[in-house]
Design a protein around this ligand. Structure first.
Ligand code: PMP
Length: 441
């Protein structure tokens, strides 16, 4: 028996032993095409030589130095790299070990900002239902994913949730996308007024919703209205780009495509591409300056902040993406993936919606396309599709937000940026076979 406390205690996991570009290889020599990057992580595949060298070199020089004693070259260089390319206003970067930590840091930074500027009454956070912001308690409380929250509900701090921007289910048939976005903005506005605008600290959202719904972008104009509303009431906008950021949607930050800039932006997954665990909170000059001018100290920290080896790996990842012009590749491959998904699934009786951006795509599976009724949760459709795909040598991510009070079935694709066109055929062929195999039973 394994002594590892695996998440699924009764599941037999294959043992991954090697990586080969977009493939992972298990101890039996079986190859799995990583069509979801694990969880939208492995954007450079699993064997990039430049990144491996950067890690080896950093470990040989100095693997780690605690951030309360030292800064390090990789940490400084990575911060410079990100700030130079970040949306307007971002001036500094707080490095952590993953997405949940980045969200926790953003929440605490928002709170401390308001203390520093003499607005201690601001404490409410508004987020959206059908969102995921991480599994630590603060991030879990922020997220609106009912299934993940349920067992821990009594432990979660109070948060307010408004409707997500989820056109497939939220937009009325009589409504334009713009009118839908406007209606959601009005809901946010009303919620702020209900709580009292001076008591609200931040609004948190994923520009493209990932883990709950499987790649759902907002309707045009929605985020611009959100930005305006936050500005009107002096509320900070926190964009969680842990999954959709770092090039996944075809631009380095997903917010670029919305034409807005956040006050705090969280990134992780694609930042280090899985070569090392790393996340970051990107901080606007306004927030940094307020804390610098006030206490001069952010009252929060972890042991592995700015881990030198993790920063060196992430810097190498980002340099490779830039040197090889991989964001253009994401956009091109994204079009190819969308086309193949539409060719294969547009008429499929159980694929209700196909949506996404760049190399970030989701399928929503439904029992009935006309009524959009989800499958019975007891059937565990998306988990079974994941298992069938693994059998066929394909990794896809089963996202599961609540739909009509039931766990929905969404399949998320987030393949590495280094794919070749023929890999797109393999992804869609194997996925189609896995879906049909599960649904025919
Ligand atoms: N935010 C978002 C948008 C995410 O998708 C995730 C992970 N799926 C997290 C936060 C949490 O990141 P981590 O698992 O690295 O803690």
């Amino acid at each position: 028996m394994s002594h590892v406390f695996h998440r699924h205690l009764h599941h037999q996991y294959p043992t991954a032993v090697a990586g080969d570009g977009p493939y992972l290889i298990d101890a039996q020599g079986r190859r799995y095409l990583d069509a979801c990057g694990g969880a939208a992580v492995s954007c450079l595949g699993h064997s990039d030589p430049q990144v491996r060298n950067a890690i080896a070199e950093q470990v040989a020089n100095m693997a780690y130095a605690h951030s309360s004693f030292f800064t390090s070259q990789p940490m400084e260089q990575l911060a410079d790299f990100l700030v130079e390319r970040a949306p307007e206003g971002i001036e500094s970067v707080y490095f952590v070990s993953g997405g949940s930590e980045a969200v926790e840091a953003a929440l605490k930074m928002a709170r401390q900002y308001f203390l520093e500027i003499g607005q201690p009454q601001r404490r409410h956070v508004i987020a959206r239902r059908q969102s995921y912001h991480g599994n630590t308690l603060g991030a879990l409380a922020t997220g609106g994913n009912a299934w993940r929250r349920r067992p821990f509900e009594p432990l979660l701090m109070e948060m307010t949730h408004v409707s997500p921007c989820y056109a497939y289910r939220g937009q009325e048939s009589t409504e334009t996308p713009e009118a839908y976005g406007e209606r959601l903005a009005a809901e946010l506005d009303a919620q702020i007024l209900r709580l009292g605008p001076d008591s609200v600290m931040a609004f948190v959202a994923e520009p493209v919703v990932g883990a709950t719904l499987g790649a759902v972008p907002a309707v045009p104009g929605y985020f611009r209205r959100v930005r305006e509303i936050c500005d009107r009431y002096g509320i900070l906008l926190i964009l969680d780009e842990v999954m959709c950021g770092m090039g996944r949607t075809g631009t380095l930050f997903a917010a670029e495509q919305e034409g807005i800039a956040a006050d705090l932006t969280t990134v992780a997954k694609g930042l280090g591409a899985g070569y090392q665990p790393i996340g970051a909170t990107l901080v606007s000059g306004r927030i940094r300056d307020a804390i610098a001018a006030g206490s001069g100290f952010f009252q929060h920290g972890h042991t592995y902040i700015g881990h030198a080896t993790a920063c060196a790996a992430a810097l190498a990842v980002q340099q490779v993406i830039e040197e090889r012009n991989l964001l253009a590749r994401v956009r091109g491959l994204g079009e190819g993936l969308e086309q193949r998904l539409r060719d294969r699934f547009a008429e499929h009786p159980h694929v209700g919606d196909i949506r996404g951006r760049g190399l970030f795509w989701g399928l929503e599976l439904v029992e009935n396309r006309e009524t959009k009724a989800p499958f019975d949760a007891g059937r565990g459709i998306n988990g079974r599709i994941k298992a069938a795909a693994m059998q066929a040598g394909l990794m896809c991510y089963p996202a599961g937000g609540t739909v009509d009070g039931r766990q929905g079935d969404h399949i998320l694709l987030a393949p590495p940026f280094i794919l070749e066109e023929q890999h797109l055929d393999e992804v869609v062929d194997k996925l189609g076979t896995a879906i049909d195999q599960v649904l025919s039973r």
